[in-house]
Ligand binder design. Sequence first.
Ligand SMILES: Cc1ncc(COP(=O)(O)O)c(C=O)c1O
Length: 467
Amino acid sequence: MNIFISPNDLEAVVEADRAHVWHHLVQHAPWVGPEAKGDPRIIVEGKGLRVWDQHGKEHIDAVAGGVWTVNVGYGRESIADAVREQILKMNFFGGTAGSIPGARFAEKLMSKMPGMTRVYYANSGSEANEKAFKMVRQIAHKRYGGKKHKILYRDRDYHGSTLATMSAGGQDERNAQYGPFAPGFIRVPHCLEYRKHEQEGAPDQHYGEWAADQIEEVILREGPDTVGALCLEPVTAGGGVITPPEGYWPRVQEICRKYDILLHIDEVVCGMGRTGTWFGYQNYDVQPDIVTMAKGVASGYAAISCCVTTEKVFELFSDDASDPLNYFRDISTFGGCTAGPAAALENMRILEDEELLQNTLDMGARMMGNLNALMDKHAVAGDARGKGLFCGLELVTDRDTKEPVPEKLVGAVVGECNAQGVIIGATNRSVPGKNNTLCFSPPLIATADDIDAITDAVDNALGKVFG
Ligand SMILES: Cc1ncc(COP(=O)(O)O)c(C=O)c1O
C-alpha cells in the first residue's frame, strides 16, 4: 500500500480507506471481505448544504453531516479564517489556564442561557456528559455522604459511547455486548405518546403529566435521598425523534425541585439552534442545573463540547478548608484547544447575523407540513414529529396496530433517497424492534426548495419501497 497518497488520487484514497480505516457504527462487509460488492463512501467536499462523494455525485445533506452537526453548513471561510488566525497565535494550553477565545465564547454562550454561568470545556458529547456525571457524584460525596449518587436516565435516550454514558443509555441495541455497565444509573420510562399503548396504565388524556409522574415513581422506588440527578434529552434524537408531550417538562421540573434532584439536560443534538431556539429546553420553559452540548457548537469545524452549570452548582466546588479535595479534579486535554471556542464564536455570529434561528422555525414548519402531506399519501407513514429542523417520520406496517416497519425496509428508503442524491437518516440499531423512524435535520441554512427536494425524495422512495 502506497502511504504517500495524493489527495487528488481518489482511487488510492478509497483503497487506503478500505484497507485501514475502521468506520463508525457500520458493518464493513459491503466493502471488505468475500461479500464485498462496492466501495466505502468517501465524502470529498461540501458547500452550503450539499456534499460530493468520490464519484463526484452531488447530494443534499438532510442530516447535517450524518449526525446533526453541521448547523451552519459546509465551506464557511470565516470559520476557517477564525480558526487559522487563532491557532497560529495560540493553539493550545492545558485547561488549568484560560484562553482568549475560551473566555469570549463562554461569555457569549452564557448570554444565550439565562440562569447559567459556568462553562467546562471538553471535546465530545460523551465527554461533556461524563463531566456532568462526575460532578453529580462528587456533589453526592461532598454533601450527602455519597448516598445521593444515582443518576436517572430515560428509555430511548442516548448520551454517548463511553462506558459511563452507555450506563445511562436507553437504547438497548447500542448497549448490547458492551456490559457490564457502571452501577448507580437507573432507567425511567420514555415519553413517546405515539407508543403510549405499549405503556401499562397510560391515560388517553394528560399523557405528558402521566409520563413525568412515571419518573417520580422511580424516584420513590429508589428513595429520593439516593437520587442525585435526572439526565434527559430535550427532544430525544437517535431514539426516535421524540418530541415531549404537552405538560411533560413543567412536571419534570416540579419533580426535580421537590426531591432536590439536579436536572441535567443533554443538548448535544438540540443545542445551538436545531429546534429554532438556542437550546431545546428553551422551548419548554424549564430551568436546568447542568446543560451539556457538542455537535452544533462549532458545526463540526473544530471539536468542542461544553458542560455548562449554574453558579449554584459551581459554588458547591468552592474552597473548603475541611476538604482539600473539594474542587472538580478533572481535566480534558483537548478541552484546552483554542480552535474549538474560536470556531464556536464565529459559528454563533453566523447563526445570529444570518438569522438562522428564524429560518429554522420557518423551514421546520415547512418540513412538518410536507411530512404531514406524506402521511396523507402513504399509509406506511404513521407519525410525523419534530421541533424546528429536527424532524422524524415513523414508519409502520399498520396504522391501527402501529407495528414498526422492519429496519431493513427503513434502510431501503434511506438507500432510495441516497440514489436520488438526498442523504437522510434513520434510527438504527438503537431500540430493539423500533428502529423505524426516518430522521431529517438539514443544516439550518436550508431553503424552501431544499426542504421540498428532501421530502420529494422521501415521497418517491416510499412509493418505490412500499408501492
Ligand atoms: C443526545 C446525544 N448525547 C450525546 C451524544 C454523544 O456525543 P459524541 O458522539 O460527541 O460523544 C450524542 C451523539 O450522537 C447524542 O445524540
